[in-house]
Design a protein around this ligand. Structure first.
Ligand code: SAH
Length: 222
């Protein structure tokens, strides 16, 4: 099946299946209608290998090759809602592009999205997918994301989709005053954290227990 055929979607990949996913996420407590509308527009099944595509809209994380996983839809919604905090976003940085699903959702929530992935081969596929979706406000970069992207900073929001114990200083400095970083903090035991930058410094809030693959340093070539 070509990517175009997969876009329109039949059966398990149809708009109705997606609408059911949105209702489930809403029942789980997501209230930001802008996030829900964005997720209703992104065809999640095209981000997943065809053999697993029938499970694309289930409440589960799924493998996406190279030992990585696409987060379950509720987590994507939760992190997006925390990042937005009810405001329109101008510039956003994502670390851990993976299959690009969270990236595509962010593209509908922010004016400009920059996303960094350390695994070259993963990024190559994701680049093709996002191009097919004509998301022209997304820039992808093959690099170690924890260094951030100082040349386009400051960011309104930074989202890290892999777990880490610490946020390096350069990344904290690339956050605009009033902006926030959303990330899973921890190693074996992980909690979703929000770091907000205000005029006096940084304030951290610890939220739900989560389960992400770890942030790793350095890059992997094609
Ligand atoms: N949001 C992605 C999550 C993928 S899993 C999705 O839904 O598909 C986390 C991703 O973070 C993996 O692709 C992994 O390679 C990437 N990653 C881990 N450490 C990184 C780093 N230092 N810089 C950039 N990407 C990193």
């Amino acid at each position: 099946m070509s990517l175009n055929t997969r876009h329109s979607g039949v059966g398990m990949t149809s708009q109705r299946t997606r609408a059911r996913m949105i209702e489930r996420i809403r029942a789980q407590g997501i209230v930001d209608e802008v996030v829900l509308a964005a997720m209703n527009m992104v065809p999640r099944h095209i981000f997943i290998e065809e053999v697993l595509a029938s499970r694309a809209y289930d409440s589960v994380a799924l493998p996406i090759n190279f030992g990585q996983t696409i987060s379950n839809p509720f987590i994507v919604a939760r992190m997006s809602e925390l990042l937005r905090a009810g405001l329109n976003l101008d510039k956003v940085l994502e670390i851990g592009t993976g299959c690009g699903y969270q990236t595509a959702v962010l593209a509908r929530l922010a004016n400009e999205v920059y996303s960094i992935e350390r695994i070259g081969a993963l990024l190559t596929r994701t680049r093709t997918r996002l191009r097919e979706l004509r998301l022209n406000n997304v820039r992808l970069k093959h690099a170690d994301g924890l260094l951030g992207l100082s040349e386009v900073s400051p960011f309104d929001g930074i989202i890290i989709t892999a777990a880490t114990m610490h946020i390096p200083l350069p990344l904290l400095e690339q956050l605009r005053v009033g902006g926030r970083i959303i990330f899973p903090r921890g190693n074996k035991e992980q909690y979703l954290c929000v770091i907000e930058r205000n005029l006096d410094g940084y304030v951290e809030t610890v939220l739900d227990e989560v389960n992400f693959v770890p942030v790793l340093s350095g890059i992997v070539q094609e």
